[in-house]
Design a protein around this ligand. Structure first.
Ligand code: AP5
Length: 220
């Protein structure tokens, strides 16, 4: 199973990718998480990526593509029989590069799942999101609060707000999404891979709708 999750900032790609990876026993690959890991460990890649992430801009394609190619080539992906990509591709050149990477291994995508959510809802989700800097668990002050205010349920660490979830940067991310990522909807529709799901429903309903959309692909 090789899937791509597409959607605006805060559409629920990370939330749903985790659920789908668990459901199908495939590997969850999040470019945002990979960049944050490198940033937090002070690697050369992380320092470079953070110059773009902190401003809500995209990291250059070549850097991102190389990172994804390395990750897809790791043994757990072959062992588990697939992946769900969260946050990649994000530009048409990245989508073309992904097709090339897969074709070189005689593989292709099974489906591109577009999680559609109106911008007003996205904004509310991003501004209210809190994350655990230790174990990366994800919360929302209203929709998914921790049991103890500002404290991770899993490991007890104090929760933080992502730097790029501050209102000004959120607006930049929306603009970047419209300009550079939303053309992928038509790109994948033309290839017959796109399945659209209403992402404004509660998370469990979105998961069921996504699983059903992939079921349709498998039965085609
Ligand atoms: P990335 O981390 O991928 O950011 P994003 O795409 O903006 O996505 P988010 O992580 O903000 O949101 P999400 O869709 O995963 O939603 P989530 O499930 O967390 O990328 C960060 C940066 O890295 C980019 O800006 C860029 O600089 C760089 N980067 C990454 N990939 C790149 C690439 N390919 N090329 C170049 N640069 C790249 O949910 C959000 C909130 O809503 C949470 O609080 C959650 O609890 C809540 N929520 C989720 N679903 C629901 C629901 N159904 N109902 C109510 N609440 C919900």
């Amino acid at each position: 199973m090789r899937l791509v999750l597409l959607g605006g900032p805060g559409a629920g790609k990370g939330t749903q990718a985790k659920a789908l990876a668990q459901h199908w026993h495939i590997v969850h690959i999040s470019t945002g998480d990979l960049f944050r890991y490198h940033r937090d460990h002070g690697t050369e890649l992380g320092v470079l990526a953070n110059q773009y992430m902190a401003q809500g801009q995209l990291v250059p394609d070549e850097v991102t593509q190389k990172m994804v190619e390395d990750r897809i080539g790791q043994s757990d992906v072959a062992a588990q029989g697939g992946f769900v990509l969260d946050g990649f591709p994000r530009t048409v050149p990245q989508a073309q590069a992904l097709s090339g990477m897969l074709a070189s291994q005689h593989q292709q995508l099974d489906a591109v799942l577009y999680i559609s959510v109106p911008e007003e809802i996205l904004e509310e989700r991003l501004v209210g999101r809190r994350v655990c800097p230790q174990c990366q668990a994800n919360y929302h002050v209203t929709f998914h609060p921790p049991q103890v205010v500002d404290t991770c349920d899993v490991c007890g660490t104090a929760l933080i707000q992502r730097e790029d979830d501050r209102p000004h940067t959120v607006q930049t991310r929306f603009r970047v999404y419209q300009e550079q990522t939303s053309p992928l909807i038509a790109f994948y529709e033309k290839l017959g891979l796109l399945r659209t799901v209403d992402g404004s429903q509660p998370p469990e309903k979105v998961t069921r709708a996504l699983a059903a959309a992939v079921g349709t692909v498998a039965d085609d």
